[in-house]
Write a protein that binds this ligand. Sequence first.
Ligand SMILES: C[S@@+](CC[C@H](N)C(=O)[O-])C[C@H]1O[C@@H](n2cnc3c(N)ncnc32)[C@H](O)[C@@H]1O
Length: 438
Amino acid sequence: MIPSARLSAAIEVLADIIARRRPASDALKDWGLAHRFAGSKDRAAIASLVYDALRRRASSAHVMGDEGPRAMLLGALALARGLDRAAIAALCTGDRFAPEPLSDEEARRLEALKLDDAPPAIAGDFPEWLTDELEAVFGEATVAEMQALSARAPIDIRVNTLKAERARIIPALAHLGPEITPHAPTGLRFSAGEDGRGPTLQVTPEFLKGLFEIQDEGSQLVAMLAGAGPNMQVVDLCAGGGGKTLELAALMDNSGQIYATDADARRLAPIHDRLTRAGARNVQVRTPKGRADEPLADLDGKIDLVLVDAPCTGIGTWRRNPDTKWRVRPGALAERMKDQDFVLSRAEPLVKRGGRIAYVTCSVLPCENDERVAAFLAAHADFVSVDPQEVLALAPDSLSERDDLVSPAGLGLQLTPLRTGTDGFYLAILERRIANSE
Ligand SMILES: C[S@@+](CC[C@H](N)C(=O)[O-])C[C@H]1O[C@@H](n2cnc3c(N)ncnc32)[C@H](O)[C@@H]1O
């Protein structure tokens, strides 16, 4: 497909996403099925255009004075890809398969590209109803933080230290241009090309042999700071597909025991193959046998560390899933907060005296982070929060003095694209006192 035909296709997909309020991945898949002539490069390029447009949906609509799919794409070509009016006009020729030529109004708006009068939710491309929550955590930096969360994300991998070392993987993947991650000690980073497409790492022999996993650097860091170590008894309560379970196994050098579970057996399913590929041998997967099943009932009071990688709005991953930011609703946020209270309460009886809960979200909202931790502490007098500065002591040197990462209520750490170049992640460590009187 020629570039302008890809633009037309992206506009079509965006129209579908807007009209049916459906996930971008579903709309892209359907488009691919209905246009089988399009090759994998075309489909990837169209997806990249769609994701760029969704990342900048509000600011594109503002500069173009129109909320429709065409305006969204034209605005994003200018705002996200830096194309000038002439370059965009050259793509919109009106020829067969190409978008219609620019109208005078569109050309004028693309020339002016006026965003300086935009309110925060538009300049930062986020839903307006979240303004207070975001300002509570970021204050005057809200727009800058949200702009960073509206940019493209790099692709990070974690070298699996059960099987490999970073220094050895670098030459093996040299043709894909790996860079050392700024903070995570076993991470490598790959940048997307101009068209937003990154390398297809999953087809490399090194991936297939389990020498690395695809995992954002922020996810690598929070799992590392959770404090798992050799010979511990660890529960991964919301293990999902096992991204963090695999890292815990590596951090524990395959010793001790990890019990991995999830309320949703389907989400847990891929973990078995991933564990095998990674050579992780200290993990027992406890799949629930039904809603009423308590797969960890025998572990109460025995666990050193419970990782609660809680269900959340996923706001911290908006760079990768930009369509979710326009679908999140107050009702869904309230549901996630209830889920978070529930998983924390489920973790509590498992923890032995002196043991810990590592509460993690990929959100930046205080109501999913500090406030959930504060509510848990208020209800459980035998738990205290570990000083985030103390938690940072476990961090690589590049982060160990970063007081600015401490969350507003001082209960946890908040990573963000602007602060750490990672997805947005929150981590708080809660410790059960050794004795009641302590
Ligand atoms: C953020 S995801 C986990 C991601 C995973 N830890 C990883 O690193 O790949 C949150 C998970 O919590 C699970 N979950 C939701 N409610 C739960 C509950 N009550 N108990 C256990 N898991 C729950 C969801 O099914 C989902 O898989």
